[in-house]
Design a protein. Sequence first.
Length: 417
Amino acid sequence: MSAALGSINVVFWGILTFSILVVLHEGGHFLAARAFGVKVHEFMIGLPGPALRLQTKNMAWGITAIPLGGYVRIAGMEPGAEDELLGPALHAIATAGRLNAADLSRVLMIPRERATALLTTLEDWAAIVPVDETAYEPTAAVDRNADATAMIDAARSITYRGLKTWKRIVVLVSGVAVNLITAILTFTIVLSVFGAYQASLEFATVQPDSPAAAAGLLAGDQLVSLDGTKISTWDEFLAAMGKTSPGDSISIGVLSNDVARTFTVTLGEKEGHGYLGVGPGVEKVRYSVARAAGQAFMYTGMVFGAIVNFFNPSTFSESAQSSRGIVGISVMAADAAKAGALDYAWLIALLSLSLGVMNIMPIPPLDGGKIALEIIERIAGRPFGRRFSLSLSAAGAILLFSLIGYLMYADVARLVQ
């Protein structure tokens, strides 16, 4: 029974955590699109499919049957070149009052499949609405007295496709921006207001039969210097020890019961470096706002480097071992929530940062990949073909889902072990 409740708890916190991340990321796209006057059809939490929807005046909000991930459906984001018959099609519908695909194909003398595609695009652009199972009529925003060019220009003006290139890039990058800003602000607030625990210079442990124990170092001694060089942080000490070799003789300066003492130690061996055999204590440190912000940006750089290593064959294995997939993140979320609100907020910030950095990678269908395509299309002076764009996105999706699948497998393997 307890195992079942534990599993439900993990699933609950996993779903809630991914929902928060999706709202943050997709919320960035949504706000940017609306700021530029672009039509947004839906803001949904979950994978596309059956959903509970709340229909407001201009759009729908809801949760789908599979509440993992999410999306914002923005008008005019279909790939490929624009069909030159969109204007004539809209004009024909406005003139007739209503048309279905069969009628439109006869009026324009085109295959029915193309007529259906035109209707789908015009509906996405909020230029027409269905009146029954097959027929469509113009929306109130369509000027029925205008010519075909004026009609389609007006319809396009409220779509992503109608934006200038720089505005499209802003819409695409806004999801990443919200993720990064959320993470940096959270890190800064937590570090400056609540502080963080870090390794202190006090030896909390001295391993039995270690070089440190043989030299006379004791738990409670305060590290002061190494080979005459002052040590200010435990990281400085680790960096200095990383440059030593087994058998080296070093001088350790400490405060022992407030008395300055110096010990000469002959190092042992561990992982190819010199081994002393001491462990640090822990102290709580509160950062200034400037230092906290600097630390937040440092975390951003570290995560960026870690994400890039996923796509480097020489570092993939190491990166994958230290990363978590959907299952592992859900377990981490449940543990963080149990530890307290502060721990959970910190985890959300880390995940938001990771999601933002991953999405800026230039791989379709990620935001970074879409931005790269926008720039290339702008330079080329024409959009890529629909089939090429979809194929490129499919290839990128296969790569990403392979990575997700591998991480999930590694998560399950760790849990089983």
